[in-house]
Each structure stands twice: as structure tokens, then as C-alpha cells.
Design a protein around this ligand. Structure first.
Ligand code: BG6
Length: 517
């Protein structure tokens, strides 16, 4: 994957610019990630971090903000000791009007001082934790202010939403590409930074027991659930324009589906992997009529309900949400990947807010043994499952049928689990740590390439357009439930059902697990 060794990267060094340094993402994710990388020697000693935002702040105030964020969100403790002090020394803050080229020129002079002081050879990573409307302006002003004339590498890291639909994403991309080459742009989908999403590749391509079965001969269906207990909290204004389709499906859900569906890449190089992902995305059957959308998609919105004993208000009662909003907070669909490997295998996806548990899981349901042979003719057998637990529990389990101990030939389902989070505890690196580290090494594997993004938008745009032009409302579901019943029907029509996720196990299954079940 074009990796540079730890020593090489650490020796090379870079300046990290955090635009939007007083915002929530910086506080919750970016500062803690940088500190963890530092503690693990992945930043080396030749680095500096410059926080940028409009608001005036002294260097010392900024360092206090960073310390507080690390105390609250980082998996390493920020003791007042040497490690913290030498890390904090590298942080400074500049108040900047990003619309002003003169400000960028001053930033350039300041950066050169830092580079001389820490012997950094002009490598600059610009992390835009900003609204996407600003990406174009910042890129242009970075160039016009001379920030890209440093002789080292320049990388732009940007966060979703990358546009609102295909045309706006394309415009945004063009603005950025006037300044940066595609190989200098790192589009973050934090799901791709998750340990278990990255593990899908290893599971599939490093095990002889799965790949031969990984197709429509052996797999009955795939189920991807990304459920959340939270509502829209204080993000109502953003979320109401976006909805689950743009917020979760266009990116995280499709990325996970693609990792399951893609063909093995010819080499483990980021471009080969991303080529395969684009091919898989292109094979997803589109929605070319409203009828198709109605048949294969369920669009829901939470109404008031009870979750974990607490009364929860409905989406339309949330702050900054219009009381007649039709925005979907739940999405479920039956998708098909129309290629030789997957023809006929339904991929069921569902995601929603205010569901009963926080859980991301991928279930691969295998076809059952023929029902007129041996044990299957005596009792109903449950299908084999391979389950990938992505979040918050990380791990894998397989469910098989075994003989129930005793004289009868009775069959008993057994689940064998490797609970990774139980083994490694909180020490698994956070998605943002991996992604910042990968961007600093120039490894694009777990970032979204423009053509992937374009295909994903083209897939969801007709759905959004049909919902916008139609008069129908979403189906309401009580907060704390599993969404509209219609989502169950999507599977029932095919003779399947949603397998229980995280913590809601089936009865009569014997568990063998390192989690001590
Ligand atoms: C974000 C969405 O991309 O992902 C949020 O904007 C969502 O609405 C979040 O809550 C879920 O991420 P995770 O890692 O907590 O499952």
C-alpha cells in the first residue's frame, strides 16, 4: 500500500493545519487522534500543528482547549508530564479569515518559521474541518497566498458532505481540482477508518474458507445494519437538509456494501483496491422508476416514543427542524449487485436514528443445506451466518450447526465469536487516527476517490428526487423501535428476516466466545 515506514515518516515530518480548530470535530476527534499518533511515535519529532479559525485565541488558550479535548476524548492520558509538554509545544493558533489572501501570506511566513525551527522540509497537510462550501475558497487562497510553494508535499483532507447531489459534488470537486491533484486529495469517510471495516479485506482474501463461498452459489443474502440510539441532537439544521440517505447511505452504507461485494484486487495497492470498489458500485442496480423506489426502499421518520425508559420527542419536534419536515431519519432498502458473483443475492441495508441499540453489523447469511436430506429433513436447520461486528463492539462470529451432546442426533446452533474489543480493550486506534496517519503517509486506500463518489451520488440522486417531487410522507415509527414494519417486509417477501444485532441474540444458541458469554 505504498507505505512509508514509521521511521521514514517520522523523520520526514510535516506541518498539520487544522482549519476549523475551534469546532466540534477538532475537539472530539482530531486533537485526540494527533495525540495518540504522537504517543505511538507516528508523528516523530519533526512536526507542528497550527490551529486556524476566525475567532481570536492565544496560543496558550488554544493549548488549554487541546488539553481539555484530549482529557475528555483520547484513549491516552494527557498527564502533565514530559509527553504532554513536548506535544503541546508543537501546537499554535492563528486567527484567520479564510476568504482573505493576505491572511494566507502571513500564514506562509509563520509556517516557514515553524519549518525552520523543527527542520520540516515543506510538507503540509491541510485538514478542512469546515463547511464544504468553503473548500473551494480555502484551496484557492492557499495557492494564491503561496502556501503551496514550499517544495515538500501538499495534501488536502476533507470531510463529508461532499456536495448535496451529483452536480453540486462535481462543482465542489472542480473547485478543489483547480488547485490540487486527485492524488493530493483525501476524502474522509470515517467508516473506512474503522478496524472491522478494514478487516473485511483480510477476512475475505486471507482465508481459504470464505472466498470460494463468497458468491450467489452459497450466500442467501447480506444484511447491513447501522443503527443509532441518538436523534439529531443539535444538528437539526444540517440533518434536515441531508436526511439518512445523504448522511449515511450515500457514504458509510455504500462503502461497507462495496467492501463486501468487490472482487479481489490484483495487488494490494490503493488504486487497485479502489478500482475494484468502483466496479462493484457500478454494478449496484439503480432505481429508474418511482415504482422501483416504493417497492425496494422504506423511508421512515421517528415520532415520539420511549427509549430506555425515557420519553423521546419526535423528529418534527426537534430544535431547528420544521414541524412539517418530511426528512427521513430511517432508511432501509433491498439492493442488488448485478454481476456474475452476486446476481440474485439481495443486500438489505438499514440505518436509522432513535433505534433501540447503537450497532453496526454486517451479516452474511449462507444458503441452507437442501431441506430433504439428513438432518434437515428431521428438524428445521438455521442457516450458517458470518457476522462482522463493526461498532461499538468489534469482532467476528460464525454460527454453525453442531450435534447437541447426548444420545439423540439433535442439531444445535453454535456461535463461535472472536470479540476483538474484549481482547484489545480501548487500545484499538480510532478511525481518525488511522486516517490522519494514512494521509500523512500518502496512502489513499481508505479514502474515497472522486469516481467512487460520483457513482454513489448517481445512485442516490434519483431516490432523493423522487421523494422531493412526490407528496408522500415518510412512514412514522416510534422512537426506540426498529423503524417501520415495512422494513421487515422487505425481507419477508423474500423469505428472510433481519437477524438480531448486538446484544439481542437469538434463543437456543450456544456461544463460545472470548467475551466470556
Ligand atoms: C456521521 C453522521 O457521518 O456518522 C452522523 O453524520 C452519525 O449522523 C455518525 O451519527 C455515526 O458514526 P459512528 O462512528 O458513531 O457510527
Amino acid at each position: 500500500m505504498n507505505e512509508k515506514s514509521l521511521e521514514a515518516l517520522a523523520a520526514e515530518g510535516a506541518v498539520y493545519f487544522i482549519f476549523g480548530a475551534t469546532g466540534d470535530l477538532a475537539r472530539r476527534k482530531l486533537f485526540p487522534a494527533l495525540y495518540s499518533l504522537y504517543r505511538e511515535g507516528k508523528l516523530g519529532e519533526r512536526f507542528a500543528v497550527v490551529g486556524l479559525a476566525r475567532r481570536p485565541r492565544t496560543h496558550e488558550q488554544f493549548k488549554d482547549d487541546v488539553l481539555e479535548s484530549i482529557r475528555e476524548f483520547c484513549r491516552y492520558k494527557a498527564e502533565e508530564g514530559q509527553a504532554w509538554r513536548s506535544f503541546a509545544d508543537r501546537f499554535s493558533y492563528q486567527s484567520l479569515d479564510i476568504g482573505n489572501v493576505e491572511g494566507m501570506r502571513q500564514l506562509k511566513a509563520y509556517t516557514e518559521e515553524l519549518e525552520t525551527r523543527y527542520q520540516i522540509p515543506g510538507n503540509r497537510l491541510f485538514y478542512l474541518a469546515l463547511a464544504p462550501e468553503l473548500f473551494g475558497t480555502v484551496s484557492r487562497n492557499l495557492r494564491d497566498g503561496g502556501m503551496l510553494d514550499s517544495g515538500g508535499w501538499h495534501r488536502l483532507v476533507i470531510e463529508k458532505p461532499f456536495g448535496y447531489d451529483y452536480p453540486s459534488a462535481e462543482r465542489l470537486n472542480e473547485e478543489i481540482r483547480h488547485v490540487f491533484q486527485e492524488n493530493e486529495v483525501f476524502r474522509i469517510d470515517h467508516y473506512l477508518g474503522k478496524e472491522m471495516v478494514q478487516n473485511i479485506e483480510v477476512l475475505r482474501f486471507a482465508n481459504a474458507m470464505f472466498e470460494p463461498l463468497w458468491n450467489n452459489n452459497s450466500i442467501a443474502n447480506v444484511q447491513i445494519t447501522l443503527s443509532e440510539t441518538v436523534g439529531v441532537e443539535e444538528r437539526g439544521a444540517y440533518y434536515n437538509k441531508s436526511g439518512a440517505l445523504r448522511d449515511m447511505v450515500q457514504n458509510h452504507m455504500l462503502q461497507m456494501l462495496t467492501m463486501i461485494a468487490m472482487e479481489p484486487p490484483s495487488r494490494l495497492e490503493s488504486e487497485d483496491i479502489r478500482d475494484e470498489k468502483v466496479k462493484a458500485l457500478r454494478s449496484i442496480r439503480g432505481f429508474d422508476s418511482e415504482e422501483e423506489i416504493r417497492k425496494r426502499i422504506v423511508r421512515g421518520q421517528y415520532a415520539e416514543g420511549i427509549s430506555r425508559g425515557q420519553e423521546i420527542k419526535g423528529y418534527r419536534q426537534e430544535e431547528s427542524v420544521p414541524s412539517d419536515s418530511n426528512t427521513e431519519t430511517f432508511f432501509a432498502a433491498r439492493l442488488y449487485v448485478d454481476n456474475f458473483r452476486w446476481a440474485g443475492v439481495p443486500f438489505y441495508v438499514r440505518t436509522g436514528k432513535r433505534l433501540p441499540v447503537k450497532s453496526t453489523e454486517i451479516v452474511i447469511e449462507f444458503k441452507n443445506v437442501p431441506n430433504r436430506v439428513l438432518f434437515a429433513s428431521k428438524q428445521e436447520l438455521r442457516p450458517n451466518l458470518l457476522v462482522i461486528r463493526v461498532n461499538p463492539m468489534e469482532g467476528i462470529y460464525i454460527k454453525i450447526n453442531a450435534k447437541k451432546p447426548g444420545n439423540d442426533m439433535t442439531v444445535q446452533p453454535v456461535a463461535m465469536e472472536f470479540c476483538q474489543s474484549c481482547q484489545i480493550g480501548i487500545n484499538t486506534p480510532e478511525a481518525y487516527e488511522r486516517l490522519i496517519y494514512d494521509a500523512s503517509r500518502g496512502d489513499h486506500t481508505y479514502f474515497t476517490r472522486w469516481d467512487e463518489l460520483a457513482v454513489a451520488w448517481k445512485l442516490v440522486d434519483p431516490i432523493a428526487a423522487a421523494w422531493k417531487s412526490g407528496t408522500s410522507e415518510p412512514i412514522f415509527y416510534p422512537a426506540g423501535s426498529w423503524g417501520p414494519e415495512e422494513a421487515d417486509r422487505l425481507l419477508e417477501e423474500d423469505g428472510f428476516f433481519w437477524w438480531p444485532v448486538n446484544g439481542q441474540e437469538e434463543d437456543n444458541v450456544i456461544w463460545v466466545s472470548n467475551a466470556g458469554k
